[in-house]
Design a protein around this ligand. Structure first.
Ligand code: HEM
Length: 411
């Protein structure tokens, strides 16, 4: 609270990362930009134009079409009786939605892997790799020697080539974020100055910031529910009760999810137990200050362990257990950055601007998956046997892919 609220203005900087500088055009994105005038402008563009409630709402057709696509696919797969690879289905869904919403079209086909997924995965690996220049600037030449610089340069060229091609082939008039950025660029009255590097940097945040993270929430949600059949029943009963009030259903629409309070509690509980970015994003102090009696020099890097806060037994009852009910009885606790024991999206000036975008696609897919199908582990495996180990990485997904048996629900 001291860092993210009381002294937020001192700790609102991000450390400078060598990889971010090279592959994010300076950096000219929002997430890694140093605190200052450019960051303020770019964040404002995200909050007011790209990720506002109104914009998110205007993209609902994309979400509904992609959900129908997923449900149809599982329907076809379940008839063959084999297990369904839910991890693969849900990550493809997250990337398809992001690509359509941001760039106007999907970049995956039946045969080919989604290009944005491939590039984002490679970027994450480079961000996660130890970079000598970040810690010992004087030894930066080692990066040249080990081939790190060449690798980063090659990766940047691939991203840049891809984005240039997307921009060249892009259709005007579509309701996607790239067109919104172009109209902001053209409008001289709004005071924003956007060059091509700035547009490409912001696009990379929109593509990379919300895909893996949203996927992780959906993956853990399905895993936790399959592991606790009585919670799964409760979620399904609520969804089926609300939807049964309608006569014909092809897809559960977004407005149907507004009243699904148990489903919302499930998602909140997943964000508590499995925050997709467990260590949030690092901050850096901009001047010397004091915290709880300690002197903190300027340029101190701060890492906040959101995962540990969510599981602290002094802050939560039955801290390690999956209990969505806790958010029904205490629905005051929210992830909007005011409750400092629960900050999966961060807090303060640097809080995530994509909460609404993420939740809308997560809720809609989960509601449909739980409505149309009954789920269990493949074969004779019992729910408690599901391996809940975490993989290591910047975003923490399940260690093993989630394979489930789906059966079309019969009334
Ligand atoms: C479940 C999904 C998501 C989670 C858990 C998540 C989490 C986070 C966290 C922890 C931060 C750092 C906050 C801080 O430093 O206090 C962050 C920042 C950010 N997120 Fe998200 N995020 C999600 C979805 C999204 C989506 C969908 C987008 C955009 C389409 C997005 C774009 C960003 C950006 C641009 C920032 C940087 C903000 C800044 O530095 O000012 N995120 N997110």
């Amino acid at each position: 609270m001291e860092i993210m609220k009381t002294q937020d203005s001192i700790f609102a900087n991000r450390p400078a990362f060598d990889v971010a500088k090279k592959i994010l055009y300076g950096p000219k994105d929002v997430g890694f930009s140093p605190y200052g005038e450019y960051w303020r402008q770019a964040k404002k563009i995200c909050v007011l134009h790209l990720l506002s409630n109104k914009k998110v709402e205007s993209l609902r057709q994309i979400r509904e079409e992609e959900v129908v696509h997923v449900v149809d696919m599982i329907r076809r797969m379940q008839s063959s009786k084999g297990p369904v690879n839910m991890s693969e289905i849900m990550i493809t869904y997250a990337y398809d939605i992001a690509c359509r919403a941001v760039l106007g079209k999907k970049y995956s086909g039946e045969e080919e892997e989604n290009k944005v997924w491939k590039l984002t995965r490679e970027s994450s690996a480079l961000f996660g790799a130890f970079n000598v220049r970040d810690f010992f600037p004087g030894l930066g030449w080692l990066n040249w020697l080990t081939g790190m610089d060449a690798k980063v340069e090659r990766h940047f060229q691939e991203w840049d080539g891809f984005l240039n091609q997307v921009i060249q082939q892009h259709q005007e008039g579509n309701n996607d974020l790239l067109n919104t950025l172009f109209s902001i660029q053209k409008d001289e009255t709004n005071g924003f100055e956007l060059g091509m590097d700035e547009i490409k940097g912001i696009l990379m945040d929109m593509l990379g910031g919300g895909t893996e993270t949203s996927f992780v929430v959906m993956e853990w949600a399905m895993a936790e529910l399959v592991k606790s059949p009585e919670k799964m029943n409760r979620a399904q009963e609520e969804i089926r009760r609300i939807v049964s009030e309608k006569k014909t259903v092809k897809v559960i629409r977004e407005e149907d999810t507004y009243r699904m309070s148990y489903l919302k509690a499930v998602i909140k509980e997943v964000l508590r137990l499995h925050p997709p970015s467990p260590l949030l994003m690092p901050r850096e102090s901009m001047e010397e200050t004091r915290i709880q009696g300690y002197n903190i020099p300027a340029k101190t890097r701060v890492i906040i362990n959101g995962w540990a806060l969510g599981r602290d037994p002094e802050l939560w009852k039955m801290a390690d257990e999956f209990q969505p009910e806790r958010f029904l009885s205490d629905n005051e606790v929210d992830f909007k950055g005011h409750d400092f024991h629960y900050i999966p999206f961060g807090s303060g000036r640097r809080i995530c601007p994509g909460i609404g975008f993420a939740l809308s696609s997560i809720e809609l897919l989960l509601a449909n998956l739980l409505y149309w199908f009954d789920w269990k582990l493949p074969g004779e495996k019992q729910p408690q046997e599901l391996d809940m180990s975490e993989a290591s990485g910047l975003t923490v997904c399940m260690k093993n892919q989630l394979l489930l048996h789906a059966a079309l629900h019969q009334e």
